[in-house]
Design a protein. Structure first.
Length: 138
């Protein structure tokens, strides 16, 4: 298995550590997952922690980066290579990621904002539309 590097952001790395220590339940009442992408320039496996909601068989995440005016690196990585690894609780599986279509995004966005109202605040802080990404188990 190739080495996986955790997010360079200290708060995300701490979230990943808590995720692992708690068997995937770092924040009771919140749906958290770990997403591993392949670096688009280096090929290095990169891991981040994200809030998710379910949509049928899909896990759905937002690329909010706390309202930044740029997309997070993990999103750019999955655009280059949509084959990702997802860990939910103690279960790890391969998945395929894709940006939500214009037709599916409004419904998925409402679900994410309902689960984590901060996403609405983040959207108000940025000029870009925050992409929503369904993750489909393969």
């Amino acid at each position: 298995m190739a080495e996986v590097r955790d997010s360079p952001h200290a708060w995300v790395a701490e979230h990943i550590r808590r995720f692992e220590e708690t068997g995937g339940r770092p924040r009771p009442g919140m749906n958290d997952l770990l997403l591993t992408t392949r670096g688009r320039r280096t090929g290095t496996l990169r891991r981040t922690a994200l809030v998710y909601e379910r949509d049928g068989e899909h896990y759905v995440v937002a690329t909010s980066d706390r309202g930044a005016d740029r997309h997070p690196a993990w999103y750019l990585n999955l655009l280059a290579d949509p084959a990702v690894t997802v860990q939910v609780g103690s279960q790890t599986f391969a998945a395929r990621a894709h940006p939500a279509t214009a037709a599916e995004r409004p419904r998925l966005w409402r679900s994410l904002v309902s689960a984590m109202p901060e996403y609405g605040v983040y959207q108000d802080q940025t000029a870009q539309e925050i992409p929503v990404v369904p993750l489909a188990r393969v």
